[in-house]
Design a protein around this ligand. Structure first.
Ligand SMILES: NC(=O)c1ccc[n+]([C@@H]2O[C@H](COP(=O)([O-])OP(=O)(O)OC[C@H]3O[C@@H](n4cnc5c(N)ncnc54)[C@H](O)[C@@H]3O)[C@@H](O)[C@H]2O)c1
Length: 385
């Protein structure tokens, strides 16, 4: 009889390349996925859909409803990036980024995990000294479907008295509890500490956040819980990043703080993310994407760093496929290549040589091959549905 590990598992993956460097970094992740799938009992079925600016150009909408429905049926989604100057003049409601907000809210992806890790290669480019940042390893857990990005009313009006704009932030106890639950569970598999970040001295949503976090912490004393105000936390994060293990916070604060934490990693290009459904389980549905944007000035030049995208794939292997073994292999291969002499332009420095996206990816695959086989390259453009 076959053991569980002998069974070839079929996995329905939707690829959303998007705009700018999105397609290039996503191709890198798919190349790596093909390499790990080989010989590891994984059968991936791919569908590629247009999203963001590419979808606006083709269909006059950043995300077609039928494509959203296709995404709903998938086991996971792997995304490049969306946006760019071509679509900058569009209203907030019709811009490429609206596709992301729609995917997150309609697919109920309320938990956003963004690991930030110091590496020697990134450290050379970080404004922080090695003394301060070496060894920093923080898992940010950001609430993704609430707060000011989704609250109503939200409008921009031109009136006779001048322009006037309103955004609204809302949170429910349940939304806060869902991210806390995830953050605590994660902390148990790490160093056992959660820092909850809010602005409880000013905002009602933050007051609720702190109350719920305090209650949850009381019920789960095995995890160390501390609270921090977002303004002083921003300073402390840069001053002593090693202090933090799991950081949990609301949508807006998480958006800003994780980009700030990018300075610890040395480049935005190396940071991955997973957007997950609350509720647990070994094989969760998720949307995986690097945290960077579409970097329009780098598009089509084979210079983008694919690490954020490849590490997003590793997160997918862990959270949506339950294949932590393969996730670790990918992470290890990336670490090995990043510790070497061939790096992409954003990380290159003394004693290292600049290589393109494709050559860097090939080096990661080469590392993986030493621990297993790799298949022929699959071009994601051949699979647009
Ligand atoms: N999730 C997303 O799809 C997402 C996120 C942020 C911004 N955006 C959109 O992307 C567009 C550009 O935004 P931006 O310039 O503020 O942010 P960006 O992340 O695209 O670029 C910021 C800086 O980081 C560099 N960079 C980003 N990714 C890199 C990579 N993989 N390798 C090397 N360098 C990299 C860029 O060259 C630039 O200097 C905008 O339209 C914005 O709305 C999309």
């Amino acid at each position: 009889m076959d053991t569980m590990d002998d069974v070839v598992r079929s996995f329905d993956l939707v690829l959303l390349p998007g705009d700018g460097i999105g397609p290039e970094v996503l191709q890198a992740a798919v190349d790596v996925l093909e390499a790990v799938a080989e010989g590891n009992n994984l059968d991936i079925r791919y569908t590629t859909l247009l999203v963001g600016g590419a979808a606006i150009d083709a269909y006059e909408t950043p995300l077609r409803t039928q494509d959203l429905e296709r995404c709903r049926k998938a086991d996971a989604l792997l995304l490049g990036a969306v946006g760019g100057p071509t679509w900058d003049e569009l209203s907030v409601e019709t811009r490429p980024e609206r596709a992301l907000l729609r995917l997150r809210s309609e697919l109920n992806l309320g938990i956003n995990l963004r690991p930030v890790t110091w590496t020697a290669a990134g450290g050379r480019h970080a404004p922080l000294t090695e003394e301060v940042a070496q060894g920093a390893d923080i898992a940010f857990v950001r609430e993704l479907t609430g707060g000011v990005y989704f609250g109503q009313p939200s409008y921009y009006h031109r009136t006779v008295g001048g322009r006037h704009a309103v955004d609204t932030s809302t949170y429910s106890e349940k939304q806060v509890q869902a991210v806390l639950e995830f953050a605590f569970e994660l902390a148990r598999s790490r160093r056992g500490k959660v820092t909850s970040v809010d602005k409880a001295n000013v905002m009602n949503t933050s007051r609720l956040w702190r109350e719920v976090a305090t209650e949850y912490g009381r019920e789960n004393p095995d995890v160390e819980l501390e609270h921090a105000l977002v303004d002083s936390f921003a300073m402390s994060l840069i001053r002593s990043p090693r202090t933090y293990d799991v950081v949990v916070t609301e949508n807006l604060f998480g958006d800003i703080l994780t980009d700030l934490a990018g300075v610890i990693a040395g480049s935005l290009g190396v940071l991955p993310s997973a957007s997950l459904r609350p509720g647990g389980g070994e094989r969760r549905f998720g949307l995986y994407e690097p945290i960077h944007g579409s970097a329009p000035s780098l598009r089509g030049q084979d210079v983008a760093n694919p690490v954020g995208s490849i590490l997003s794939l590793a997160l997918m292997l862990h959270w949506s496929l339950g294949r932590t073994d393969l996730a670790n292999k990918v992470q290890h291969a990336v670490s090995q290549v990043m510790a070497g002499e061939r790096l992409t332009a954003d990380l290159v420095g003394k004693g290292t040589t600049a290589v393109g996206t494709r050559e860097f990816t090939a080096a990661v695959i080469e590392q993986l091959k030493e621990r297993g086989g790799a298949r022929e390259r699959r071009d994601i453009r051949h699979h647009v549905a």
